[in-house]
Structures are given as C-alpha cells and as structure tokens.
Design a protein around this ligand. Structure first.
Ligand code: ZN
Length: 318
C-alpha cells in the first residue's frame, strides 16, 4: 500500500508518497515553525490530498500518515512530548491521532525525525546490511539515533539515543537551549561559526572573513580553495564532529555510523576526514566502525514512516 509521509523541519517541510520501495511523489514546502503546528494542519491535509490526486489515487489507497517531528515523541502512543524552543511550540498539546482519523479516516505514526530517518536508512538506504547503527545528522543542529541488535533504541521516556548533540563537550561552555552547558551542538552551530570568525580578526585577508553571509556551505567552499581561516575553522569543527562520533561509538557500540544532514552535499571529503579521526581516537579493539554517507538524505525520514506504517499493517493482520 502507499504511505503518506511528512517530515516537519525547521526551514522546510518534506512530503512524500511511497509505494513499495519507491518514492512516487516528493514535494518541499517552506516551513514557518514559529507559527506552531495547529495552524499548519489544514495545509498538510490539503497537500496530502493534492499528492493523492496527482498520482490518481484515492485517500482509501493510503495505509496511513507518517509524521517526523524535530522534538521528543512518544512513538508508542504517536504523541509529541516536547518541541524544540520556538519551533511548533503547540505540538505537544495536539492529538494527531484524532486529526488523522477525522481528516482521512487513517491511522498515524509519529516519530522523532532522526529516529525516523535512521529507520529509513536501515530498511531502504545505507544501513540495509547492518543491525547495529548510529545515525548522525550534521547541520545547524545535530540529530542522532541508534539501533542496537536490530532494535531501535528509545528508552523509557523516548529520549535514548536521540540526544547525542547534547553530550557535553566543554564544561565551561555556554548554556544550551536544553539546559546543559557546552553541548556539542552549540560548538558547531551557525552562531558558533560566527563567533569563531569574530575571534580570528587577525586573518583579515581571508576570503571567508570577507563573506557577507558566512555559513557552512561557504566554509566548505573557502576551505576547498585553501583559505587559511576557513581551513582552521573547518579543522576545528571536524574535530568536534569527530569527538561527537567517538562519544557515540563509546556509548552505543555501532558497526556503522551513517552521516546525513545539509553538509553531506558539500564538495569536501567530510566522511573520509571523520573516518580518519574515528580510526585514530575510538576505542574499538575489534576493528573499524565504518563511517558512510546517507543514501537518501532528503527522503530517509519519509522512508522511515513508510516502514513504520507497513509494520502497523503487519501487526493488525496478525
Ligand atoms: Zn544541549
């Protein structure tokens, strides 16, 4: 059957219809998460109906709706528990199960976005051959998710494995939005990048320094062109990402780490650099944790929703 899947992001919402192992419909809609989720639901409903019509299907042909959410989610009850600051802040008060039943007469699966993306890569992507996986989404934030011995790790409060970006890196660091100090995510955020640029005032002949709107994309571009400042900052950021991976390896004992997020499209050997760092610094006497790129960075979470909806059908038929 066909699944309808929605991946709610901070800047973009991705919507797809998946049948078998193929993404039949894919659309990106700009997101305004500061306006909350309740007011967005009619738009999502309309977009799903439009997608179904485009493929000449009927709502009845859908197995259900899958939602990926950038916060903490009770994936057993398909309920959002906590939203990140200033993003979809009303989400935890909404009954999405009721919404899906009322809007489409369909079941819904809701999951944390990193967890959903790892399910997608595990079943349809770079993690297909492996049952011990960690996924790390590197971008303005850091998302993580874990599968151990073929079991997605969730924990009693549904936050196991998904807070790898909030491991402490610097005990003297600034306070993070999560409440902790010096989180990994804070040391590699866009704000941190700007702070690093400001603290390197002496390198004024840097092409990166003179960029009007420096960001990660620009950082990789200038580093590739051998700009000294860009190389220095990128070296520092890669070290932090490398430490993040070593922490995750020491915590969860994976065979493979899948790297995803906005940065993997950059023309820079990020995966190779992270592999070198991990080989040097992780305590893995048994061998080497493979660092690989996600196969479906844009649609992994949609595939994860498809997998969960298929599981739901199997469960119901038993
Ligand atoms: Zn934090």
């Amino acid at each position: 059957m066909t699944s309808a899947a929605v991946d709610l992001g901070g800047t973009r919402i991705k919507l797809g219809l998946i049948e078998g192992s193929s993404l039949q419909y894919f659309k990106i809609i700009p997101a305004s998460p500061e306006n909350g989720l309740k007011d967005l639901l009619p738009e999502i409903k309309g977009q799903i109906s439009e997608a179904v019509e485009t493929l000449a299907l009927d709502i009845k042909d859908l197995s259900g709706i899958g939602i990926s959410f950038p916060g903490l989610v009770n994936s057993k009850e398909n309920r959002i528990l906590s939203a990140p600051v200033a993003k979809y802040s009303d989400a935890a008060s909404l009954d999405l199960k009721k919404w899906a039943l009322k809007s489409f007469a369909l079941p819904i699966v809701v999951e944390n976005d990193a967890n959903m993306a790892l399910l997608g890569e595990w079943k349809y992507g770079a993690g297909k051959d492996c049952d011990n996986l960690v996924m790390v989404t590197l971008g303005t934030g850091i998302g993580t998710s874990v599968i151990i011995n073929g079991e997605p790790l969730r924990g009693v409060h549904f936050q196991a494995g998904c807070l790898g970006g909030h491991f402490t890196l610097d005990a003297n660091g600034d306070k993070c939005i999560c409440g902790n100090y010096g989180c990994i995510e804070m040391q590699t955020s866009k704000g941190a990048l700007l702070k690093m640029l400001k603290s390197e005032r002496e390198i004024t002949n840097s092409s990166l320094f003179n960029e009007k709107k420096p960001d990660f994309k620009k950082l990789f571009e200038h580093a590739k062109q051998k700009d000294a400042l860009a190389k220095k900052i990128l070296g520092h950021i890669l070290k932090i990402w490398g430490i993040a991976l070593v922490n995750l390896i020491h915590a969860y004992d994976p065979e493979k780490i899948i790297i995803s997020g906005g940065i993997i499209g950059a023309d820079y050997p990020i995966v190779q650099k992270l592999q070198e760092f991990v080989n040097k610094h992780a305590w893995t006497p048994w061998g080497e944790v493979k660092i690989v790129k996600a196969l479906n960075p844009d649609s992994a979470a949609l595939f994860g929703a498809h997998f969960k909806l298929n599981e739901l059908i199997i469960k119901k038929s038993l």
